[in-house]
Design a protein around this ligand. Sequence first.
Ligand code: FMN
Length: 366
Amino acid sequence: MHPLSTPLRLRGIELRSRLGLPPMSTYQATAGNLPDVHWHLPHYQTRSIGMGLVIVEATAVAPEALATPDDLGLWNDDQTGALSEVAAVIAAQGAVPGLQLSHAGRKASRTRPFGEHGDRPLDPAQGGWTPLAPSALAFADGYRVSAEMTRAQIDTAIAQFAAAATRAAAAGFRLLELHAGHGRLLHSYLSPLANRRTDAYGGTFTNRTRLLRQTVRAVRDAWPAELPLAVRLSCTDFLPGGWTLKDTLRLVPLLAEDGADLIDCTSGGIARPEPRPTGPCWQAPYAAAVRARTGVLTAAVGKITNLEQAARLLATGACDLVLMGRQLLIDPMLPARHAPQLAPPPYRRALATVSTPADGHLPPEL
Ligand SMILES: Cc1cc2nc3c(=O)[nH]c(=O)nc-3n(C[C@H](O)[C@H](O)[C@H](O)COP(=O)(O)O)c2cc1C
């Protein structure tokens, strides 16, 4: 069987292929953070064609956990109803509907990263709020200084993740991913560059990993036992004094004990500037290291742009699942070209009979 078509069993569910869409924020939610169904339904339906898994974009567990007012949220029952439509269109295409739960931490209270007023801090006059974080430090110039969370606020954040997990199950999602990368709240507790606390949530490795581990356990209790739980980790901060791959390799077996089934291996995002390398499949070595050294299932992501790369990553044992983000935003039919039988019937004939000529040939009489 082709490596991409090998099903992947995760607890009680099976992905029909090893190809997934990672969470990709589209910033198209409307006031009240309900999905704009005219955007989200066709967007996610199209990106489910021929896919094993589609992880819906970062979804905030509380109003203060939003990165921008245009993010999705899941802290009330109206949001559950609206998101259930998104889960349903993904499942209708045969892909497993996944959802990423997120707390933006010190990346909160921004405008969306595009448009005339994009990528700016949101001030209170514009509806902005004070970001919550382990310590009162701004992420970078141009970001708001966050408030150091109290113990009560830490407990609240854990409870918010668990409540959102219950709602995600009710909405019909079958895989849940916790965002513990890219400098968001759960990552910021891990990294000494953002976490300067001196209480039980800062300092030693055990203390810095406490919030993420408690959150994984609380979510695992709230999320059905037969459904898988993934954690997205920034495997390294790239910066001196920051979180390292060695720390990741130490943490992952503990997260597996706590109930995580899959590690989605990303990197960076804790501070700016950061010396971030890039290139084809550039983060896949983190997925390979985690998989080889811990035995925990991994997803690889980052500049994986064609199916040949995806198949080779799987065949070499670098990962168990390949996530393609930007490529599938612009070319959502790519998976169906590999597996036309997974496309909706109206498209199958076209997939079998039409090829796109690379040259500009026209009939000779023209
Ligand atoms: C427009 C855009 C939105 C993104 N939104 C999210 C998100 O909501 N959550 C997340 O964890 N990562 C997010 N990412 C990171 C992607 O999930 C992915 O890791 C990254 O784009 C690298 O994969 P790629 O090279 O295949 O695009 C986003 C990236 C882009 C470009």
